[in-house]
Design a protein around this ligand. Sequence first.
Ligand SMILES: *Cc1c(COP(=O)(O)O)cnc(C)c1O
Length: 380
Amino acid sequence: MTNAYGVPERGDGTRCVHGGDPELRRVGAPVHPGPVLTSAFHLDPAETTPGADFYARADNPTWREYEAAVGRLDGGACTVFGSGMAAIAAVLRAFATSGRGVLLPSDGYYVARRLADEELAPLGIGVGYCATAGDWAAAIAEHRPALVLLETPSNPGLEVCDIAAVAAAAHEAGAVVAVDNTTATPLGQRPLELGADLVVASDTKALAGHGDVLLGHVTAADPVHAERLRGFRTRGGAIAGPMETWLALRGLGTLDLRLARQAENARALAVALRETPGVHDVRWPGLADDPSHVLARAQMRRWNGVLRFTLHDTAAVARFLSRTTLVDSVTSFGGLRTCADRRARWGDAVPDGLVRLSCGIEDTADLVADVLGALEDGPG
Ligand SMILES: *Cc1c(COP(=O)(O)O)cnc(C)c1O
């Protein structure tokens, strides 16, 4: 594999650690610059220094370091936002024009649907839906959207769609294509290389990876799109704090290691859960016979730790969560600790007993033993 400069690409671990390096390793400069906590910067009284930092809503050095690192992994120009939803809101606001509107996954992250339905539709912006594994070409032909937002693998269903094929159909219809890459991470999938125009993600999840910040980003293939998003960020004011940005950058350094263990845990758990009585419909795209596997393997670079399965009902999930000693009942994913979430409690149109389980970096044998023990028949 070579990068855009024809240079052999380095491995994921190297790229995660060194992605945000400043251009110059200046003598005396800190190896690890801390967060730049200032709202304003000294101005040039003569007003002759263009491009300098002036006010931290517009730009600051900590953002630039983070955006350089994530932009290199995604392969485009990155803009950081205060959360994944702030990033999605910026994309919807900038690219879903009033006449033609937006086409969204009907089974994707539910807050994106609520944002479109409750904030955009009342403004006369068209909002259409297609299932992630559905017929996107037909939906694009029907809705003629200005923006197509995909989410693959989808949260929580872990369904997959063909980014290159949808991008081709969308471009044919004059639409901009954004892919929510939260579950895959920039190591797991590079939508811009597959033909998408924008990558959006909640870095709250695996990218920052420690469950201690909310953050999001958009990476654009076209610098003009990136400028538009930056302008929207400055004017809209929904910005990321430098401290949060710095924590996410620190987390990013270990993304390769964390993903490797999380994926190893997910594979072991998925295999074990399929043999466990009372557990149905185990889905993890990395399993060779998963319905998403062939397509996921073709367009993804590596797997991650998010799987799903279905227990009999709400009570069976509650029983599982009360008996496990390692799995937290938590509605987020991609962190160090394994956690599980019964998605129907948030209104997702899924069976009552559907559990999204995000593997942490615990030892595989401990995790499998704990989960299987908590699912065993018996008192309590
Ligand atoms: C969590 C999530 C979001 C929203 O991100 P926040 O950082 O919570 O605002 C968007 N898309 C997907 C797929 C998510 O999982």
